[in-house]
Ligand binder design. Structure first.
Ligand code: NDP
Ligand code: 8X3
Length: 253
C-alpha cells in the first residue's frame, strides 16, 4: 500500500489509461477523485473499486474543456478530498488521421481544447494549493507523438508537443520547492483511443493493433505508480514508453 494517505485526481478515468491508473492506485491504497464526462462509467468504476479495495472514491462528471465547469466541480470537493496530492492530467484524444490541409478544423479545435487547455484548466486550480502546501506531484500523460511527428498526426502531435513543453516549463517554475512534475509519454496503447480517433470505425481501429502486441493501459499505469512512489527527493521528469513491437517511427494505422 504505497499510496496510502495520498489523494489522487485522475482526469479521463472512465476508460483506458486513466481507468487503469485508478485501479492500480486503488490497490496501492490511494484516495481517488475520478473525472470524465461519462458519469455512468465513473460510477461503475467507483463502485467496483469501493467493493474490491474499500477505496475512498469521489467522482466528478465534467468536460475538461470547460474552465468554469472544472472550477465549479473542484470547488465542490468534499472535505476529505480537498487536498490533492497528485494530479494526473490524462484526459485527451486524437481525432482523424488526415493530412493537415484535409483535416477538419472542428477536430483541431477539440484536440487543442481537450489536450492542451484541459491540462491548463486542471493545473491552474490544483497547483496554487500544492504550492501553498509546498508539496505535490503533477503527472501529465503526453505521448511519443509529443516527441516525434507522423503524417496525419499534425494537430494531435502538436498538442502532445505542447504537453511536453508545459510539463518542462512547470518543472522549471517549481524548482526550489518540493513539488514534482512528470511527463509519461507512451507509444501505442490498446484502449478506446483508435475507436475515438476513427469516429467509431471498429475495423479501422482494430487494424492499428493488428500483428503487434501494443502496450496495455496497465503498462502505463505501472509507470505512473513508479513515478509516484519514488522517494520525495527523486523526480522522474519523463518516461518514454514504447511497445517492444513498435518501431521508434509511428504506425498509427
Ligand atoms: P481512451 O479514449 O480510452 O480514454 C480517454 C479518456 O479521456 C476517457 O476517459 C474520456 O472520458 C476522457 N476525455 C476525453 N475528452 C474529454 C473531455 N473533453 N473532458 C473530460 N474527459 C475527456 O484513450 P486513452 O486511455 O488511450 O487516452 C488517455 C490519454 O493517453 C490521452 O491523453 C491520450 O492522448 C494519451 N495517449 C494514448 C495513447 C494510445 O495509444 N492509446 C498513446 C499515448 C498517449 P469521457 O469520454 O468519459 O469524457
Ligand atoms: C498516441 C500515439 O502513435 O497512436 O499518442 O498516435 S499514436
Amino acid at each position: 500500500m504505497r499510496c496510502e494517505n495520498k489523494t489522487v485526481l485522475i482526469t479521463g478515468a472512465s476508460s483506458g489509461i486513466g481507468l487503469a491508473c485508478a485501479s492500480e492506485l486503488a490497490k496501492e491504497g490511494a484516495r481517488l477523485i475520478l473525472s470524465a464526462r461519462r458519469s455512468e462509467k465513473l460510477q461503475a468504476l467507483a463502485l467496483d473499486l469501493q467493493k474490491t479495495y474499500q477505496s475512498a472514491v469521489h467522482t466528478i462528471s465534467c468536460d475538461v474543456r470547460d474552465r468554469k465547469a472544472v472550477q465549479h466541480a473542484l470547488m465542490q470537493l468534499p472535505e476529505a478530498f480537498q487536498t490533492v496530492d497528485v494530479l494526473i492530467n490524462n484526459a485527451g484524444l486524437a481525432l482523424g488521421l488526415d493530412k493537415m490541409h484535409a483535416a477538419l478544423s472542428s477536430d483541431w479545435d477539440q484536440m487543442i481544447e481537450t489536450n492542451i487547455k484541459g491540462v491548463l484548466h486542471m493545473t491552474e486550480y490544483v497547483l496554487p494549493k500544492m504550492l501553498a502546501r509546498g508539496v505535490g506531484h503533477v503527472i501529465n500523460i503526453g505521448s511519443t507523438a509529443g516527441h516525434q511527428t507522423y503524417p496525419g498526426g499534425s494537430v494531435y502531435c502538436a498538442t502532445k508537443y505542447a504537453v511536453a513543453a508545459l510539463t518542462r516549463t512547470l518543472s522549471q517554475e517549481v524548482a526550489g520547492t518540493k513539488l514534482r512534475v512528470t511527463e509519461i509519454a507512451p507509444g501505442m496503447v490498446e484502449t478506446e483511443f483508435s475507436l475515438i480517433r476513427f469516429k467509431g470505425d471498429q475495423t479501422r481501429a482494430q487494424k492499428v493493433y493488428e500483428n503487434i502486441t501494443a502496450l496495455t493501459p496497465r503498462d502505463v499505469a505501472d509507470a505512473v505508480v513508479y513515478a509516484m512512489t519514488r522517494p520525495p527527493h527523486v523526480n522522474i521528469a519523463q518516461i518514454l514508453l514504447y511497445a517492444t513491437d513498435q518501431p521508434a517511427a509511428f504506425r498509427p494505422g
